[in-house]
Design a protein around this ligand. Sequence first.
Ligand code: ACO
Length: 403
Amino acid sequence: VVDIRKFYADTGMFTYDPGFTSTGSCESKITYIDGDKGVLLHRGYPIEDLAENCDFMEVAYLLLKGELPNAQQKEKFEYDITHHTMVHEQLTKFYSGFRRDAHPMAVMCGVVGALSAFYHDSTDINDPRHRMVASYRLIAKMPTIAAWAYKYSVGQPFIYPRNDLRYAEDFLHLMFATPCEKYEVNPVLSRAMDRILILHADHEQNASTSTVRLAGSSGANPFACIAAGIASLWGPAHGGANEAVLKMLTEIGDKKNIPEYVKRAKDKDDPFRLMGFGHRVYKNYDPRAKIMAKTCHEVLAELGMGNEPLLEVAMELEKIALEDEYFVEKKLYPNVDFYSGIIFRAMGIPVSMFTCLFALARTTGWIAQWNEMIEDPAQKIGRPRQLYTGHTTREFVPMHKRG
Ligand code: ACO
């Protein structure tokens, strides 16, 4: 192992790796990806097993604490999370400070960052108890914060969390209940939502997770760090892709138009790409995409939307692309975003909320990674170097001599 500081001091050299495509930034025991084989493990457990057999709270516990909970541990964890789902009533005033047409992700950045102004008793990062309480608070409050961003945008009153509901059920209740009528959570939809949360829970050192770690490396409090993660996730190349998939499928409109779009995606003079295809790490089928496709079928069947034209277009597009030489050669497979937008739309979740849902789920991964970083004795402030390409020393030019 090279001591990079000594190496740089001795040789004046360091690695220049835009996009960090081959630079490891940390050690981690949380998530493993083998992109060539299409494998995703959390703490050693395949994502397929977790999605099939666990609920989101079990996976959150696993990411945070390293082991799957037994029945007693799970009950206690759920109790603790449930009893942190309310947000300080004063925070409701934050929402009314935003324009009604503000993007819910803008609201999320603001409100989550503001949590540190309300929960001083969990911002001491050197105290393990503070760290755990902050982690619970973030996981617990995120559905409330996200759903309230939606409620505010449509002018409906905020709905308060219910302690008798499971995590995903409560999120659907917070989103869709109104004071006017009784809202029954559909068990097929809540199970689907739970699975979608599991599929988005963590994905090692992607842009937003690296942002959380980098922000946290300076000693910033966890609420501020998660707000930074939300900001990074907001970008269309990261959290916004399922929205782009939905737009593309709507534009294609009919199966007969697919060949034209596939042709465009292969044309190097056309910037168009098949959205929901390809991944920086996966050069095989994204294992999450397979589970997402199955979930999509279940949700549409439950809602009597089995003949949904968008699903038909998506399935046919997948079939054609997987048999196409260009996509085979470049190892471009559907990613997690390919089917999720169709599911969200069918559930009645507006497009502007798609990335908020991603943020909600990924908060567990972010906070697990943040805790791991703080507890790592090798942890130090993140401080990338740069390859300076500007001027060398120049003679100062007084104002009256400048052109
Ligand atoms: N459609 C057509 N061609 C593609 C696509 C696509 N979706 N994705 C990659 N390619 C081609 C590129 O043009 C490039 O071709 P070249 O070798 O002839 O230049 C080659 O495949 C490699 O592509 P890169 O952009 O270099 O691969 P990278 O790993 O940097 O990008 C990315 C991965 C950004 C996801 C890309 O595949 C893409 O733009 N996909 C569509 C957007 C999308 O679905 N994003 C969601 C990602 S998953 C997530 O964030 C949760």
